[in-house]
Ligand binder design. Structure first.
Ligand code: SAM
Ligand code: SF4
Length: 326
């Protein structure tokens, strides 16, 4: 729990900072200086921290992310270890879906419950421009394989960029509704390695909804939103829906239930934290589970009220999204 009464039950674990795409809004064409391997948590260290989070600290939802989580060797084993915990957490993953067509069934068998696939365009030329790799067909195959494997729900995450893919809101929603994927638009945030984000350029939730309403009738989805970041709308009366995650223009920090672990064992209470708590060194120095849990509790207690993107003096964190875990 933090000092504002929020309870962190959702743990985002970054399995690697490396990636096989180079999305322009995330990292530069040449990639980044990757974490030294020796700094990365081993599978055993990760499993132990996840056990402490689930069994001692009350985490009920786990999401594996990165970088590209499927680049982590042994991901099936890490998922299986998490799925064997009591109480069993719900397990999900955020991925670009490259190679997923070959791996979805094994990930499901290991214990993965659901999946979020990032897809910003349905046009091959644009995909290549946006991700700097010609892999759209792989992503579409990966999505289909996730559904066939029984991962449920299969969500699609889309970031719209002005003048790049902001004319695809309607086609993307049509595609997702037709295939049974749940689409979520995410406002672009100041978390890119190149520090290229601009408030004037970002496509806002309001603009996304206006674009969607040119093709669909949207009505607010009944039911409580809780700690879910997406505001959801029924599409043409339902049952399909669409979500918009308005992290910048309608922040939901007051209901945030997240805690984050980076691939090199640093704990963060927020995507935008300026400070981290090192769990790797205590772990390697022989700290007990109780000591690790104590460090974790202390970090979360100090969680700030909000991310302050909209306040004067906001500073982007030193780590980019790909190294924190998005
Ligand atoms: N590589 C995986 C993927 O792309 O799904 C997982 C990591 S990626 C950092 C997680 C999500 O963050 C993706 O949906 C991506 O589109 C999104 N993302 C990356 N940079 C972002 C930014 N500056 N603002 C908003 N979302 C961003
Ligand atoms: Fe890789 Fe995901 Fe960043 Fe794209 S958004 S470069 S897929 S980490």
């Amino acid at each position: 729990m933090d000092s504002f009464g929020r309870v962190a039950t959702d743990l985002r674990v970054s399995l690697t900072d490396r990636c096989n795409l180079r999305c322009t809004y995330c990292m530069p064409a040449e990639g980044l200086e990757w974490m030294p391997r020796a700094d990365m948590l081993t599978d055993g260290e990760l499993n132990r921290l996840i056990r402490v989070a689930v069994c001692d600290l009350g985490v009920t939802n786990l999401r594996f992310t990165g970088g590209e989580p499927t680049l982590r060797k042994g991901i099936e084993g890490i998922i299986a270890a998490a799925a064997a915990l009591t109480p069993r957490p719900r397990i999900s993953m955020t991925t670009n879906a490259i190679g997923l067509s070959r791996r979805a069934a094994a990930l499901k068998a290991a214990g993965l419950d659901r999946i979020n696939v990032s897809l910003d365009t349905l046009r091959p030329d644009r995909f290549t421009e946006l991700t700097r790799r010609d892999r759209l067909a792989d992503v579409l195959d990966g999505l289909a394989a996730a559904r066939t494997a029984g991962l449920d729900p299969v969500k699609v995450n889309t970031v719209l960029l002005r003048g790049v893919n902001d004319d695809e809101a309607v086609p993307l929603l049509r595609f997702c509704v037709a295939n049974g994927y749940h689409l979520r638009f995410i406002e672009q945030m100041p978390l890119d390695a190149q520090h290229g984000w601009s408030r004037a350029e970002m496509v806002t939730a309001e603009q996304i909804l206006t674009a969607l309403r040119t093709g669909f009738e949207l009505t607010p989805r009944p039911g409580a939103r809780g700690a879910a970041p997406a505001e959801r709308w029924l599409v043409d009366g339902g049952p399909a829906d669409v979500g918009v995650i308005a992290s910048v223009t309608r922040p939901f920090c007051g209901d945030c239930d997240r805690t984050r672990l980076t691939a090199d064992g640093q704990l963060r209470s927020c995507l935008f934290s300026q400070t981290e708590t090192d769990l790797r060194e205590p772990l390697r120095a022989g700290a007990s589970d109780a000591e690790i849990a104590g460090l974790w509790r202390g970090t979360m207690w100090a969680k700030l009220a909000g991310h302050a993107i909209n306040e004067a003096g906001f500073a982007q964190p030193a780590r980019p999204m790909s190294a924190i875990g998005g």
